[in-house]
Write a protein that binds this ligand. Structure first.
Ligand SMILES: [Zn+2]
Length: 337
């Protein structure tokens, strides 16, 4: 069962956006994989924090989460269906969208239960009147960088696909004896590589659906789907909020005072930013359309917000010093007027 997102971030349910952001930043810094190399529990914690933040930092998602808890992603469907929070939307069966099912990297880790089901039926068990059943959905985590989320990327998954045993032709026996190749199951698993495309614009918590690559159906039913649960790793330079990016840009004090132009490193190249005169430290500029791509909307992008960080010179030539001195005298003279 997933932990409560508020609990994960250690904030109250009434926390403001600002409180949530600051709690997230503190935790993300502490559990960042770069700070905890090789520490699996920190890594898991880090993912959990990102998942929680992805939802709680987005007012729309947060509202759904507050109402529907773990089922928040299905809020629209649930509400359309007239469901009420607290009811089980999937009538008894395992919730196919539940998080943290412990699958780890092997999406078919508990494949054994399918074998058992098949086996029991092959051996003359009652063939249910309902007949076929759709296979379960499977979720597997992937981590990508912000650049990968920007351009879109691919991941190769190593799956174990079931197929009929060739030795016995799927019957599970050869001349009355149990087939040793499949131990009487009639089915063997075969390793298979599957390349999955992750589209540009995905966020932490996004699910990429790979149709028909979940668990096989029972009795001729269709296979379930495979979902890649995306975590976008934090970036050294950019902070992402929704589709917008936030960064800082150094502005030499002379340009901040007199106005000028600085080069901003965006996620896909450099652009010139005009600095108006008397730009105060911390002033924010919006670079429209220089943020992240909007998932599923080709050509649309969020914005990039850059905050001016006015930097002083770290050394002065004697001549520069004379000019600053002259400036000081000028200013104190004008202050006296
Ligand atoms: Zn066999």
């Amino acid at each position: 069962m997933a932990r409560d997102f508020y609990e994960v971030l250690g904030v109250a349910r009434t926390a403001t956006e600002k409180e949530i952001r600051s709690a997230y930043r503190k935790l993300a810094r502490k559990f960042h994989p770069d700070v905890n190399p090789g520490d699996k529990s920190a890594e898991a914690k880090f993912k959990e924090i990102n998942q929680a933040y992805e939802v709680l930092s987005d007012p729309e998602k947060r509202k759904k989460y507050d109402r529907w808890g773990d089922q928040w992603e299905l809020a629209d469907q649930l509400e359309a269906a007239g469901a009420r929070p607290g009811a089980t939307p999937f009538g008894g069966g395992r919730d196919p969208f539940s998080r943290g099912n412990g699958m780890g990297a092997d999406p078919f880790a508990d494949f054994g239960s399918i074998f058992e089901t098949l086996f029991r039926r092959e051996r003359g068990g009652p063939r249910g009147a309902s007949g076929s059943r759709r296979g379960q959905d499977v979720e597997t985590p992937v981590e990508i960088t912000l650049e990968e989320a920007f351009h879109g990327t691919t991941r190769v998954l190593n799956l174990q696909s079931p197929e009929a045993c060739r030795t016995c032709g799927g019957s599970g026996e050869i001349a009355g004896a149990i087939c040793h190749a499949c131990e009487g199951m009639g089915v063997v698993t075969r390793p298979r590589r599957l390349e999955v495309r992750i589209p540009a614009g995905v966020k932490t918590g996004s699910r990429v659906r790979v149709a028909g690559e979940g668990r096989p159906g029972i009795g001729g039913g269709p296979a379930g789907d495979l979902y890649l649960l995306v975590t976008v790793l934090p970036h050294a330079r950019f902070e992402r909020r929704g589709d917008d990016l936030y960064a800082e840009v150094d502005v030499p004090v002379v340009d901040a005072v007199l106005g000028g132009e600085v080069t901003v490193q965006t996620i896909d190249g450099r652009v010139a930013l005009r600095i108006p005169e008397l730009t105060q430290n911390g002033r924010q500029f919006r670079l429209s359309g220089k943020g992240m791509p909007v998932l599923g909307q080709a050509g649309r992008r969020g914005d990039l917000y850059v905050k001016a960080r006015v930097v002083l010179p770290d050394r002065l030539t004697p001549e520069e010093r004379r000019h600053w001195e002259a400036l000081r005298q000028l200013r104190s003279a004008s202050a006296r007027v």
